[in-house]
Design a protein around this ligand. Structure first.
Ligand code: FEO
Ligand code: CA
Ligand code: CA
Ligand code: CA
Length: 666
């Protein structure tokens, strides 16, 4: 069930990346060896430099994602881990409590009707909190109020509607509810007392509250805006599009806007067999069938909006797959799809500043054997000059990553056994793809590179990764961390040092240290601080920490940091058979690799959007798709979270805090 609704059964289909570019990028000019330079001891030195001077590396620009700390690596973690379980509950570490902040169907706009599972309408849904909450970010409005932005990634129609079988026969109203349950929400929240608890503001004007859906009017900007590749019958200028789809992870900008990534948008279209021949290669590369009219399991949005039929509107699909920027402080603003950031299955878009003050955006393309990207703006960020800053993401250079290992290939045998030098590590290069109107890819125009970014990255020999999900920069040590969630398709012939396991079921964490710790660099060193799974499984690696003392962890999806620079990891699809959860792991010193589970989410759910507030008193998590298991229906639910009793499961954002007001993780 998970696969059908989430990604259109991607795993049951051929891997769309059939390029013959090497599993090891072999374009190495300008790389430097990371060997030895950034092992635990040296990393400590780096941290001291960054932590003490503060300005050595600009802090991650993600507001609300923890702030730069002068404390270096004192991890400050003291909680007792939660044991793996299959409970239909949100279970937090001893000493902590949790509450639900906002549920699917809760009012977002003040005039939203009360949620009624059996009498839901599209008009109500368009004013209520959407389905399957994913990325969460927080904008403080003073100490005790704030705005939450939340992505609504996708819908589980068979859990939302009784008797639902297929989009082919579903009542049109249900299809419209599906459209309205996608997108994002902005809601005002308030602190409860002086605690770390936050609740939805349910009175008054709530002037920032807003729903964005698969039908909200949006604009294109950047070098591909107005391109012939983005025009349709309804938009002959290629500048306006309706809606955003499958918004998975995201990021924030230093000028206080949201970036939200369109991920598995390919699954919403039909009619791929009816497009012009010349377009078929591109559709195939993005995982869309060109031989079937109606892919099985399709939601059939085309039954209410013809634009979702590629046979009639072949280019509508080119208008999805972008990073969308939303201003949460202006509910009348038009969201903008930023074409300079490329088009793929966008997972995250984390901003940070380069040493010379430009904006870098790290992005993953979440598919088996897909790539890691970085955008660097042409101009500098100027604090306070937002009229200037708001155009920064329209002009710059888009890069894709190649990785090489520093150990002999024969020592990477697919078993997860560390090579003789004791680390999966090496160097890498950011290969430029396009900069403004200039393409660096032979045979492709700049606009083609931006619209068909995967094809461009194939041509330059980017390194095929094990599903790059969230990417975030650590505000303390300046390194960049990537969740590589899993890739069971990787064969023995395809392993390399950065994706070292065959049939990688549990995923791993990649640490990237940019040259001179500068996000604007074009080369970097890398290592794997965590190779996930059951610690008793010899293919796992927990940063060298004693594996008898760590929590099992599987399928890392989203990452964030606390003020001490500890890595927090949420999981999706725990292949160890227990519920997903949120984990903390120190990155330096003797505690490096000491993974501890902080919470578990209810049965059938994944854990998304972890966010530790700047004051370190609260951690928000999105509990996505509770009860989503094969065979579950509204008449036979497998979860009743969060309302309990006989209630239907409702995807919800929750918050956890310490009973005595201690910092998260203490
Ligand atoms: Fe929507 Fe890649 O998780
Ligand atoms: Ca090595
Ligand atoms: Ca994700
Ligand atoms: Ca996920």
């Amino acid at each position: 069930m998970t696969c059908r609704f989430r990604c259109g059964d991607a795993c049951a289909h051929e891997v769309p990346n059939t390029s013959d570019n090497p599993y090891f990028g072999d374009i190495l000019s300008g790389t430097f060896s990371r060997r030895g330079a950034l092992r635990a001891g040296a990393l400590g030195t780096l941290v001291a430099t960054v932590g003490v001077t503060g300005a050595a590396v600009p802090a991650a620009a993600d507001s609300g994602r923890g702030s730069s700390s002068g404390h270096g690596y004192r991890d400050g973690l003291g909680f007792t881990p939660v044991a793996p379980n299959s409970a239909d509950a949100l279970t937090v570490a001893a000493g902590y409590v949790s509450s639900v902040v906002v549920r699917w169907g809760d009012p977002v706009l003040p005039d939203a009707p009360t949620f009624d599972f059996d009498r839901q309408t599209a008009a109500a849904q368009a004013k209520q909190f959407g389905y399957n909450c994913d990325f969460v970010t927080f904008f403080p409005l003073g100490r005790d109020r704030g705005l939450l932005w939340v992505n609504h990634e996708y819908t589980d129609e068979n859990l939302m509607f009784r008797g639902w079988t297929t989009g082919d026969t579903a009542p049109l109203e249900q299809i419209k509810i599906g459209l309205a349950a996608h997108g994002g929400s902005i809601v005002e929240v308030e602190r409860v007392g002086h605690s770390g608890q936050w609740k939805l503001v349910t009175r008054g004007r709530r002037r920032y509250n807003r729903r964005i859906t698969a039908q909200t009017r949006m604009a294109f900007s950047g070098p591909a805006a107005g391109s012939a590749l983005l025009t349709t019958a309804a938009d002959r200028r290629g500048t306006t599009v309706y809606g955003t789809l499958n918004n998975c992870a995201g990021g924030t900008t230093p000028w206080q806007t949201v970036l939200t990534g369109e991920e598995n948008w390919n699954q919403y279209f039909v009619g791929g067999n009816g497009v012009p021949e010349a377009q078929k290669t591109y559709l195939t590369r993005y995982g869309i069938s060109t031989t079937t009219a109606i892919p099985s399991g399709n939601r059939r949005f085309d039954r209410v909006e013809e634009r979702f039929d590629l046979a009639k509107h072949p280019q509508e699909i080119n208008r999805f797959g972008w990073i969308v920027e939303v201003d949460p402080f202006d509910p009348d603003s038009t969201p903008v799809k930023r074409t300079a950031l490329g088009r793929f299955a966008h997972e995250a878009a984390t901003t940070t500043l380069t040493r010379d003050g430009r904006v870098a955006v790290y992005m993953g393309d979440d598919g088996r054997f897909e790539y890691i990207y970085k955008f660097v703006s042409k101009d500098r960020y100027i604090p306070g000059f937002d009229r200037h800053n708001r155009d920064l993401l329209d002009e710059g250079t888009l890069y894709v990553a190649t990785f090489t290992g520093d150990s002999p290939a024969a020592e990477i045998d697919g078993s997860g056994t560390l090579p003789k030098d004791g680390a999966f590590d090496g160097a890498g290069t950011w290969i430029p793809l396009v900069s403004g109107d200039k393409s660096f890819v032979p045979g492709m125009t700049a606009q083609e590179v931006l619209v068909y970014t995967r094809v461009a990255a194939d041509k330059v020999g980017a390194t095929k990764m094990d599903r790059p999900e969230d990417i975030e920069r650590n505000p303390v040590n300046g390194a960049v961390y990537v969740a590589l969630t899993n890739n069971t398709n990787r064969t023995a012939a395809q392993v390399d040092e950065v994706n070292p396991r065959t049939a990688n079921r549990h995923g791993h964490i990649l640490e990237i240290v940019e040259r001179k710790n500068d996000a604007g660099a074009t080369s970097f060193g890398w290592s794997l601080p965590l190779v996930c799974g059951d610690p008793a499984d010899p293919s796992t690696y927990f940063g060298g920490y004693d594996k008898t003392k760590v929590s099992p962890i599987s399928c890392p999806d989203n990452v964030t940091f606390d003020a001490q620079g500890n890595l927090w990891i949420s999981t999706d699809g725990n292949a160890l058979g227990k519920n997903d959860g949120l984990f903390a792991m120190p990155l330096a010193g003797s505690e490096r690799g000491h993974v501890r589970q902080f919470l578990t989410v209810p049965f059938g759910a994944e854990t998304c959007g972890p966010l530790i507030t700047g004051d370190q008193l609260s951690v928000f998590v999105a509990v996505q798709h509770p009860g989503e298991i094969t065979g579950a229906t509204p008449d036979n639910p497998s979860s009743h979270w969060p309302d309990g009793g006989a209630a239907q499961p409702r995807p919800s954002v929750a918050v956890a805090w310490h009973k005595q007001g201690k910092k998260i993780g203490s």
